[in-house]
Design a binder for this molecule. Sequence first.
Ligand SMILES: [Zn+2]
Length: 332
Amino acid sequence: MLRSLGLGSAAIGVGSVLSSPRLSANTAQTPSGPVRNPYIYAFHIGDLEAWSISDGFMKFGQGLDLMYPESERPAMKAALEGIYEPADFLPLYVNVLVIRSDREVMLFDAGFGISERADRGWLMEGLAEIGIQPEAVTAAFLSHAHGDHQAGFIAPDGKPMFPNAAIHTTPEEYNFWRQKEHDFSKSRRNPKAIPGMIRKAQERFEILGDRVQQTKAGSRLFGGTVTIENGFGHTPGHALYRIESAGESLFHIVDSVHHHMLMFRDPKWSIGLDHTPKLAVETRQCIFAQAAQSRTRCYGFHIPWPGIGHIAQQGSGYAWIPERQWWQCRCS
Ligand SMILES: [Zn+2]
């Protein structure tokens, strides 16, 4: 209809839009591949500019076979069916939080790194799109040394991706990976995969060198803008981050949660990727109780993008309440 009205009729305006070079080029071509949906979400925490950039996603094909305790899998399946979610794979999002203050550009974990795979490695494109060059990142936070959090700190040429960034990680995390012997006796990971995971973490720490700063849980950085908190259990030194500005806050709960429903429904339901499962559950219970009681705005690394929301008490467990999305514009 528009076409028949508009073409050849610049006088009514529609025609001039339709005949613009950009639009005619777009309409003339068949898209060559799937369109990537929006993956950059801008918001604020007080006076801080913030972005949630999706670095991609993971689909764990083991589905509920990756969840514990085993005896609870039928209950988990029923819970997934109740919210129309598949049970044959677990969807995990990969969300990188970026914050800009008047002095710092901060990155909270770095995702998978640039990848040939289409489903991951989007962070650097996202940073470019919001006008942040790698050199501009001044402070980075490595919550733990798993590949989906640490690999993005290394560029494809094997050098540090963010040359001017101090990378804060807890001494417990740093020392665990750097030591010679590693106790994985409580982990449910496939034993065959563990040596490779350790080697890669060590190699990345080697490349990052003295850019890595061991910063203890409880530390307050940048005048109290970021407080590092103890999230131990998922890994030996897993860190959480409380970000505060002008009376507002965001609590980055990182990998204390992996699925957006299961771990909330029952915090004792766990993914088989935790280093110390019992401690990971205790940490999660503590975080949920505190966040629900204090109505704290939260952010999750693996929660559906953009990953901002609240934790509410529901029945004997909890629920993730995603925050309604909103726009950034020069409008009131
Ligand atoms: Zn993770």
